[in-house]
Design a protein around this ligand. Structure first.
Ligand SMILES: Cc1cc2nc3c(=O)[nH]c(=O)nc-3n(C[C@H](O)[C@H](O)[C@H](O)COP(=O)(O)OP(=O)(O)OC[C@H]3O[C@@H](n4cnc5c(N)ncnc54)[C@H](O)[C@@H]3O)c2cc1C
Length: 389
């Protein structure tokens, strides 16, 4: 198996994310969960207050779910990247860096410099949202966010080291702090810090200067003032745009899509990386269970389709409740969704929702894999590429 990436050397992109219980189960299946737990931060709660009232409008406890005391794992993207890279190396993958992929046909990749790869039995597209091997996203969402990593405020009891916390002004403004553990096992603890921002406001944000921006953040969440001292240059913040796309199926023109190249959404539910991990496990199981590629691709699609449809739809519905200019949507979130979420089965549903377990994706993978052959041969494959931002 050969992994191609346009980066000149292996490197993570972006700041932090939550590995949900379902994603941790995939890492456990490939022997990488303990390494991730050793570096990540256990997240037991997602908590949000609307300002200036201080009214709690988001309070999801993982432990509320079907009798399991599950939790997510806040992860530094660099830590997840290292763990996956080592896992791929140990599994015998080889790597080609500095390869900008422009297309694929007949089992070959075509590069932007005009060259082509050797012919592979299978091309797997893991090129993310803007994959040139997939259709462009249906919708680039108006809001994205500025993200950075900061040192965890050790000893500051105003921050909960086991919770993703957010503060909102209606749905127009949002600031969040996510504990992400450390880059190295035993290293200093860190947090991802994010601020919701519209694409169209990005230039005005840059022009306005950091001091003015910090004043708006502190007005929304005064306790972040100390964290903000760690940000001294605008370049420390990376603007991430969010897009939505769900392809009908994972196969096109002889290429099989995994992760964001098949389905991408805003990260409000924190599922994207977990869905990519599930796709990878499903594809690997399907390839092991079937000795012809057409049956394996069909089995892969069946393993994943309902989970993907459900989470893509719910992400699309939930996103405006946290990132939108509409006061009516924020009102609906605060006065209808939030009270309902406290009444059973609201807490159980929300726990299952964020855990990634609704539609039982792992059971679907096991069921469809069991329906195939057990003695199948795994074909050689080009994976493009096997990593996370
Ligand atoms: C701000 C933000 C926060 C998020 N938070 C969460 C969260 O809490 N939990 C969660 O599960 N998910 C989260 N997500 C979603 C998650 O990051 C993505 O779903 C996940 O990274 C998708 O993985 P992927 O492998 O499909 O693509 P990517 O991670 O985008 O990887 C694509 C790779 O392809 C390479 N590449 C791209 N184009 C080319 C090309 N033409 N030629 C060669 N190489 C190329 C890139 O260099 C990169 O290495 C978040 C996303 C964002 C933007």
């Amino acid at each position: 198996m050969t992994v191609f990436d346009r980066m000149s050397s292996p490197a993570p992109l972006g700041s932090g994310l939550i590995l949900q219980p379902v994603g941790m189960e995939v890492l456990a299946a490939i022997g990488l969960a303990d390494a991730m737990r050793a570096r990540g931060a256990a997240i037991s709660r997602l908590f949000g207050k609307v300002q200036p009232s201080g009214r709690v409008v988001l309070d999801v406890q993982y432990a509320a779910g079907a009798g399991e005391a599950g939790h997510g794992v806040g992860a530094h993207r660099g830590a997840l990247f290292d763990i996956l890279l080592k896992g791929a190396e140990d599994a015998g993958a080889s790597f080609e860096f500095g390869r900008e992929i422009a297309g694929a046909s007949g089992g070959r990749l075509h590069f932007a410099d005009g060259g082509s790869s050797a012919r592979f039995d299978l091309v797997i597209d893991a090129l993310g949202v803007w994959s040139p091997l997939s259709a462009p996203p249906d919708q680039v969402l108006p809001f994205g966010a500025l993200w950075t990593n900061v040192d965890w405020p050790e000893g500051d009891a105003r921050f909960d080291a086991t919770a993703l916390e957010q503060r909102y002004e209606q749905a127009r403004k949002m600031v969040g702090v996510l504990p992400i553990g450390s880059l190295e096992a035993g290293g200093r603890r860190m947090a991802s810090f994010f601020w919701s921002l519209k694409h169209t406001d990005f230039q005005a944000w840059r022009a306005g200067g950091l001091s003015r921006w910090k004043e708006s953040v502190v007005a929304l969440w005064p306790e972040t003032e100390d964290l903000l001292r760690q940000i001294s240059e605008p370049e420390q913040l990376v603007f991430a745009s969010y897009a939505h796309r769900t392809r009908r199926g994972p196969v096109s023109d002889g290429v099989i899509h995994v992760g964001d190249s098949w389905h991408c959404a805003s990260p409000q539910l924190g599922q994207g990386a977990n869905m990519g991990l599930l796709d990878a496990l499903a594809l690997s199981s399907a390839l092991s269970a079937h000795d012809d590629l057409a049956s394996a691709a069909d089995s892969y699609a069946r393993m994943r389709i309902w989970h993907i449809r459900f989470y893509q739809t719910v992400s699309w519905l939930f996103t405006p409740a946290y990132q939108s200019d509409l006061a009516s949507v924020a009102w609906w979130r605060d006065w209808v969704m939030a009270p309902l979420s406290r009444v059973p089965p609201g807490p159980q549903f929300l726990s299952g929702l964020v855990s990634g377990t609704i539609c039982a994706p792992l059971a679907a993978i096991r069921r469809h894999a069991a329906a195939g052959k057990d003695d199948a041969r795994l074909p050689s494959a080009a994976v493009t590429p096997y990593k996370h931002r």
